[in-house]
Design a binder for this molecule. Structure first.
Ligand code: PLP
Length: 286
């Protein structure tokens, strides 16, 4: 595997960073995960826009412009043989001489790291098919800026692990009685034929897949609304879906041990998932 670190491409086992890196000491950094199909980064502009926003929100100077990031992404993908990959990108506030919560003054160069890992992609000619997954609801114990794609993910990890301990694939998070999102995914539910998802706020990440799902619903005449959702509405939903770049759109068939709808992936999910697959196939030759 070839990785990128601070201006150089190298073998993964050659990459080194200092323990004084603020990413290591404080999780002081941000990241992106970009799916790559047939060597082509999917929705790259949207991911780069979110990256630039995350950097701005944590007051990190963007080390590159859009064209620079695009070139780096393309080169790393090419060096790893193209195909289907998950492209990871992380930027931290760099290596300081001493451990101090305040930003280094004068500033130090950021640490920039990128790597790729294999991305499993379902067979091209198959319609969307899955048995669905189990999810549990948990109190959203994260901070107040979940809109930033920060590497400070300890709360997300603890929540996901609690879900796994309960035999579930994902934790669906509830803050003050309102559904926010999954521990690493956005959430949609279907009720009376209407597709609903919580509106963007500081309490959830603006998912690239979330945007695409909304876009596809509108394009294909599926009624979709962004509106606050209560835990009670979630428990009563006909369908629940999770969305993320690596999971696409995944139906939740069991919530807190009880079946969602009839306990099988719903009819609306099937329609949307097939539009989703067709869209990707058209764009990336899948
Ligand atoms: N919400 C959280 C907390 C996430 O970590 C992620 C992605 O991993 C998402 C939502 C989905 O975002 P995207 O569709 O851009 O992958």
């Amino acid at each position: 595997d070839t990785v990128y670190l601070n201006g150089e491409f190298m073998d993964a086992d050659q990459a080194r960073i200092s323990p004084m890196d603020r990413g290591f000491l404080f999780a002081d950094g941000i990241y992106e995960v970009i799916p790559v199909y047939n060597g082509v980064p999917f929705r790259l502009e949207e991911h780069l826009r979110r990256l630039a926003r995350s950097l701005r929100e944590v007051r990190l100077d963007d080390p590159l412009d859009g064209a620079g990031w695009r070139r780096l992404c393309e080169e790393l993908v090419a060096r790893n043989g193209g195909g289907h990959l998950s492209l990871y990108l992380q930027i931290t506030r760099g290596v300081a001489t001493r451990r101090d919560h305040a930003f280094p003054d004068p500033p130090v160069p950021p640490t920039v790291f990128m790597n790729t890992s294999p991305l499993p992609v379902p067979a091209a000619d198959q319609p969307a098919r899955t048995a669905g997954v189990a999810a549990v609801t948990l109190d959203d114990i994260r901070w107040d800026r979940c809109d930033i794609k920060s590497v400070s993910l300890l709360a997300n990890l603890l929540l996901r692990q609690r879900a796994v301990d309960a035999g579930a694939a994902e934790a669906i998070l509830i803050r003050d009685g309102q559904v926010t999102e999954g521990a690493a995914s956005n959430l949609f539910l279907v009720r009376d034929g209407e597709i609903r998802t919580p509106p963007l706020s500081h309490h959830l990440l603006g998912g690239i897949t979330r945007d695409l799902v909304i876009e596809l619903c509108r394009e294909h005449g599926l009624p979709v609304v962004e509106c606050p959702l209560t835990a009670a509405e979630l428990a009563d939903a006909d369908e629940i879906w999770l969305s993320s770049s690596t999971k696409d759109v995944l139906p939740v068939t069991t919530l807190d041990g009880r079946p969602v709808g009839d306990g099988r992936p719903g009819a609306t999910w099937k329609i949307l998932a097939n539009h989703y697959i067709r869209f990707k196939r058209h764009l990336c030759g899948l």
